[in-house]
Design a protein around this ligand. Structure first.
Ligand code: 5MM
Length: 341
């Protein structure tokens, strides 16, 4: 393992003013997104959509540090035969790959999930590295509800995240460690804070036990935030203050960067929260975005599967990427949110 090189890549992934595009929707998830815009989820439509994003030169060269790809996408070529990975590289961004294989029911723990995909992971990582991937992603899913999460779910998911991270580093690939505490419930922000703290503490304990070099990884957490169905919605300032307090308590400064998931927040909320956190600096790690929905909802709508809408889709993507780039420096203002298309 070359830790200097892993650290260089991890640091580039969270470079000031840049963040990560999470375009690693599995087949089921991208179908849901396409259904919402009335587009059939065929291999060529998925290719055309992602090619549109990766050819958005303003966004890709100025605001996006890396792209998380799904297995199908990393092997796909653009319409002109150029591998999509090459499009990403030539824009100056780093290609990455989602390597978990989704979730399964966790035995003995009703309603809880464990992320799978460790079998043959070492061999898969080798192939992904040869194709150009320099970082990877594994997402654990922790739900909040009555009597959950159990310590069992937190523990087995943290163990798997650390096994994955160690295998990545051995393959010279930077692991994005994503323990996502869902915001789907009716819990308040303090419950989210408490559960996320337990999840992060257990995750870092496992990372240490399994000898993962913290200098060569990126953390992708949720924010401390109210559940979507909670009657008590925390303000932007409270989300920022509690998230930074939580991360300072749990994430060692040796970690080069933290890149948030958006988790179902609206585009603007996700941007406003990141921006408000940067007002609370200086921070011990790079702090940026690794959004899926909060970067892609607008371009998906603008594109709607029509070739004549590619330029509008790219404008919408560039706008969201620029807003989040500004937020990652604490320079965003809501007045900049004019219609992109
Ligand atoms: C882009 O969505 C990713 C893939 O999800 P599935 O495996 O369920 O298709 C997802 O892991 C994503 O990277 C993170 O959840 C962050 O995305 P959001 O939309 O929460 O910012």
């Amino acid at each position: 393992m070359n830790l200097t090189e892993l650290n260089r890549i991890a640091t580039a992934m969270v470079a000031s003013g840049k963040g990560i595009l999470a375009a690693d929707e599995s087949s089921g998830t991208i179908k849901k997104r396409f259904d919402a815009i009335g587009v059939e989820s065929t291999e060529s439509n998925r290719r055309d959509y992602r090619e549109m994003l990766f050819r958005s030169s303003e966004a890709m060269s100025q605001y996006i540090s890396g792209v998380i790809l799904y297995d199908e996408t990393i092997w796909q070529d653009a319409a002109d035969g150029t591998p999509l990975v090459k499009l990403i590289e030539s824009s100056g961004a780093i290609p990455g790959i989602k390597v978990d294989e989704g979730t399964q029911a966790l035995p003995m723990c009703p309603g809880e999930l464990v992320t799978v995909g460790l079998d043959k992971l070492a061999e898969r990582l080798k192939k992904y590295y040869e194709r150009g991937a320099r970082f990877a992603k594994w997402r654990a899913v922790i739900d909040i509800g009555s009597g959950i999460p159990s310590m069992t779910a937190i523990s087995v998911n943290a163990h798997a995240l650390a096994r994955y991270a160690a295998l990545c580093q051995a393959a010279q690939i930077v692991p994005i460690v994503e323990p996502e505490v869902l915001m789907d419930g009716d819990h308040d922000i303090d419950r989210c804070y408490d559960v996320t703290q337990r999840v992060l503490n257990k995750t870092f304990q496992e990372l240490r036990i399994q000898r993962v070099a913290l200098e060569g990884m990126v953390l992708k957490p949720n924010m401390a935030i109210s559940g979507k169905k909670s009657p008590k919605q925390a303000s932007v300032e409270e989300v920022a203050e509690k998230t930074i307090r939580l991360l300072k308590a749990c994430v060692p400064a040796a970690v080069p960067g933290i890149a948030f998931l958006s988790g179902g927040q609206s585009d603007e909320e996700a941007t406003a929260h990141l921006n408000a956190m940067h007002k609370l600096g200086p921070l011990p790690w790079g702090l940026t975005f690794s959004y899926g929905r909060a970067l892609q909802a607008a371009p998906q709508k603008a594109w709607s599967g029509k070739a004549e809408n590619v330029a509008a889709g790219q404008r919408a993507f560039s706008h969201r990427a620029r807003m989040n780039s500004l937020a990652s420096k604490g320079e965003w203002q809501s007045s900049l949110e004019k219609k992109a298309a």
